[in-house]
Write a protein that binds this ligand. Structure first.
Ligand code: SAM
Length: 304
């Protein structure tokens, strides 16, 4: 959805067809969005690119290394306040989820190739998929499968994982996929495996917690007129972004029963996407993984 993202980011500088000032790619991955931003960025502009995965940082370094306007940061976008001043950036893009490079690497993200169960974006993170699968209680597994995977057969899958690991740890993506497949009717196998792998990845990387903190952090470093764009691939993420924008548009957070506003918060956002933008049929044909993508954007306005 690079073209749509670029159109939205370019509205941060309405008088010209170039980007100026400080831009941020909070999830740089293979550097596709960063490269498109650099093409439109003024010579004096700069772009900060974040990723939790050091492999993504090296791929982007190789791809864009000769450009002096780029600053690569191995950290979560939720920590952006440590690197940029409040009110300093003209645009931020967050393209959530995982990259094709991560899916293809033997790191446990994919159920279609056998590998160890890791699934950490950041290899120094505390827990990995092996820990989740082999140490979480049945209740905890069931909850994350329901919540992050929206899998109706979560209780049966959680119970079967617990039974299987009593015979020895579940060590590989193939072993895990086999337990999931044996827990559901044949026609639901692929869907169930995808949903459970997604749920484990979201849990391992604390993706929802970091999104909550990250939306606020990214909003705070935007200047007035700056644009925040978020591409999400999961309904929870999309709802969080939608609610975040709605709160900024409304301003006041007082309970509706209160006769006068006591919080003093004023509207500080203008919605740029009245409903979420979706990839075109051509984009989906070229990249089938993009079919669940939803793009939402908002502009920061001065709160009066
Ligand atoms: C869909 S890919 C981004 C693809 C990128 N837009 C491109 O054009 O190649 C998502 C990336 O976000 C990274 N990521 C996920 N959570 C993150 C976080 N909290 N902070 C920084 N990067 C994160 C992942 O490691 C992955 O590289």
């Amino acid at each position: 959805m690079v073209d749509s993202v670029m159109k939205l980011l370019l509205t941060s500088n309405p008088d010209d067809d170039i980007l100026t000032g400080t831009m941020v790619d909070g999830t740089v991955g293979g550097g596709g969005h960063a490269e498109a931003i650099l093409e439109k960025l003024s010579p004096a502009g700069r772009i900060f690119c974040f990723d939790r995965d050091p492999a993504a940082i090296s791929i982007t370094r190789q791809r864009l290394k000769s450009d002096p306007r780029i600053q690569l940061v191995h950290d979560s976008y939720s920590e952006i306040g440590e690197y940029l001043d409040l009110g300093s950036a003209a645009g931020v893009i967050l393209d959530l989820g995982l990259s094709s490079d991560q899916l293809e690497a033997a790191r446990g993200f994919s159920h279609s190739q056998d590998s160890i169960l890791d699934m950490r974006f950041d290899p120094s993170a505390r827990i990995n998929a092996h820990d989740v699968i082999n140490s979480y209680s049945i209740e905890k597994l069931r909850n994350i499968f329901f919540r992050y995977g929206e899998e109706p057969l979560s209780p049966r899958i959680a119970r079967n994982i617990s039974n299987a690991r009593q015979k020895g740890a579940i060590r590989t993506s193939e072993q895990l996929a086999a337990v999931i497949k044996n827990s559901v009717p044949a026609r639901f196998e692929m869907k169930a495996v995808s949903r459970i792998f997604q749920a484990i990845r979201i849990e391992v990387n604390s993706e929802i917690e970091l999104l909550e903190a990250g939306l606020k952090a990214c909003w705070d470093i935007l200047k007035d007129g700056g644009v925040l764009c978020v591409i999400s691939y999961h309904s929870i993420e999309d709802r969080r972004m939608k609610r975040f924008i709605a709160e900024k548009v409304k301003g006041c957070v007082c309970p509706p029963k209160l006769p006068v506003c006591a919080c003093g918060q004023k509207p500080s956002a203008q919605v740029l996407t009245s409903s979420a933008l979706r990839p075109s049929p051509k984009e989906i044909r070229l990249n089938p993984r993009s079919r669940s993508a939803r793009l939402r954007a908002a502009r920061k306005i001065p709160s009066k």
